[in-house]
Design a protein. Sequence first.
Length: 59
Amino acid sequence: MFEKKEKRFSLKEEDNYTFGAIRVIVDTITGVNYIMTVGVGGSSITPLLDSDGNVVVDK
């Protein structure tokens, strides 16, 4: 009846600060890395880019 579902995103790295945090999360299906900021003023998420402007993807 109930099927255990695998998590879509996993936490790769996290840095905590006084008023928030910066996290790198990975989509476990596509391998795309995202940078996520969380703080008092809200939160945001965007794909993580390398020095050439390409999306970082884990194999």
